[in-house]
Design a protein around this ligand. Structure first.
Ligand code: ADP
Ligand code: MG
Length: 362
């Protein structure tokens, strides 16, 4: 099979197991983002794909070829790291062409590839400059350019935007997505930032403690998280989790706890009936709150607002619901003052339910 394939890959350092057993198929041309908290094994996995780290067990194939024991140079990969070192004495063009010159590619070919990569990365005006005369973002693009000129089968990125300021990070996200469209190559991107994952990925791989929690499109993992870890990791501000019980009210299930009693949405009604005897965790995403009644799906909730943060189009509320801390994000008009205690509304069609013991979604 083409693309990149990991079969029961494991990694231990001495008696410490970092990746217990990981399997994943990445299609050719796909942009896959590994996301998870620091230390969950993202870089280790990427480095095993690159061949910079030996696997303890399992098999890795790239473009249908078993590369498990193939040297990095022979895997047809290009890698961009968070900390990149450009050659300070070389200008942008020479930095970008370094690998090609080392490989003794013909001069015409080198020039052409640097030209194309520079145009793609909008570095053409800077080809003659030294790294010290570039901004941080331009330097990062040169580091990317060094990989792109080589036109590998797979591009591997390990948190390449972490050192950039917020505005540049956001524009580089767009550029990377564009680059993926133009190059049409398989890309595997590692980050701890769920926004990067959501904005760039065709598919997201969410990891925790060396284990894949969920693989899916940004839409999948946001709308149907498999457990409380994924539910709270993806989405900003984070989903609020509240202890709750289920109750059958003439066939319609209700989820109730301190300060709330909400009808379970139709899509979850059967699952909720099956779980009626168990303790439940209710998940409420902040963005599904509203400051005004918006329709029959919206249930009233009385909130004590501790802090209201003005974001512009909305306000983030750190509030108290029946003695528990919750977060709400409500849209407000330009004339609105900061929100205070009162009745708010929640879209009950957007309710999430999890088994309290296992954290698994119902
Ligand atoms: P991430 O990139 O997700 O932040 P890493 O893949 O770098 O995480 O690390 C995963 C785990 O493996 C961490 O707990 C880290 O301490 C451990 N680890 C990484 N490299 C080594 C090593 N050379 N020896 C021992 N433990 C390591
Ligand atoms: Mg890392």
């Amino acid at each position: 099979m083409s693309g990149v394939s990991l079969r029961n890959v494991s990694k231990s350092y001495g008696n410490v197991t970092v990746i217990p057993d990981l399997s994943l198929d990445i299609s050719e041309g796909e942009f896959v983002v590994f996301v998870g908290p620091s230390g969950c094994g993202k870089s280790t996995t990427l480095r095993m794909i690159a061949g910079l780290e030996k696997v303890t067990g399992g098999q890795i194939s790239i473009a249908g070829r078993d590369v498990t024991w193939v040297r990095p140079k022979e895997r047809d990969i290009a890698m961009v790291f968070q900390s990149y070192a450009l050659y300070p004495h070389m200008n942008v063009a020479d930095n970008m062409s370094f690998a090609l010159r080392l490989a003794r590619r013909p001069k015409d070919e080198i020039n052409e590839r640097v030209k194309v990569a520079a145009e793609m990365l909008e570095l053409t005006p800077y080809l003659g400059r030294k790294p010290k005369d570039l901004s941080g973002g331009q330097r990062q693009r040169v580091a990317m350019g060094r990989s792109i000129v080589r036109d590998a089968y797979v591009f591997l990125f390990d948190e390449p935007l972490s050192n950039l300021d917020a505005k540049l990070r956001s524009s580089m996200r767009t550029e990377l997505a564009l680059l993926h469209k133009k190059l049409n190559r398989t890309m595997i991107y590692v980050t701890h930032d769920q926004i990067e994952a959501m904005t760039m990925a065709d598919r997201i791989v969410i990891m925790k403690d060396g284990l894949i929690q969920q693989v899916g499109t940004p839409k999948d993992v946001y709308n149907t998280p498999v457990n409380t870890f994924v539910a709270t990791f993806m989405g900003s501000p984070s989903m609020t989790l509240l202890p709750a019980e289920l109750r059958d009210e003439g066939g319609r299930m209700h989820v109730a706890g301190a300060g709330f009693d909400l009808p379970v949405p139709a899509r979850l009604n059967d699952a909720a009936r099956g779980a009626a005897a168990r303790s439940i965790t209710l998940g409420l995403r902040p963005e599904h709150f509203a400051a005004e009644q918006r329709g029959e799906n919206f249930a009233q909730l009385d909130l004590t607002v501790k802090v209201a943060e003005y974001i512009g189009s909305s306000q983030y509320l750190a509030a108290d619901l029946g003695g528990q801390s919750i977060t709400a994000a409500v849209e407000v008009g330009p004339e609105s003052d900061l929100m205070t205690d009162g009745t708010y509304f929640f879209d009950t069609t957007r309710i999430y339910l999890f088994d309290q013991e296992t954290g698994a979604a119902l």
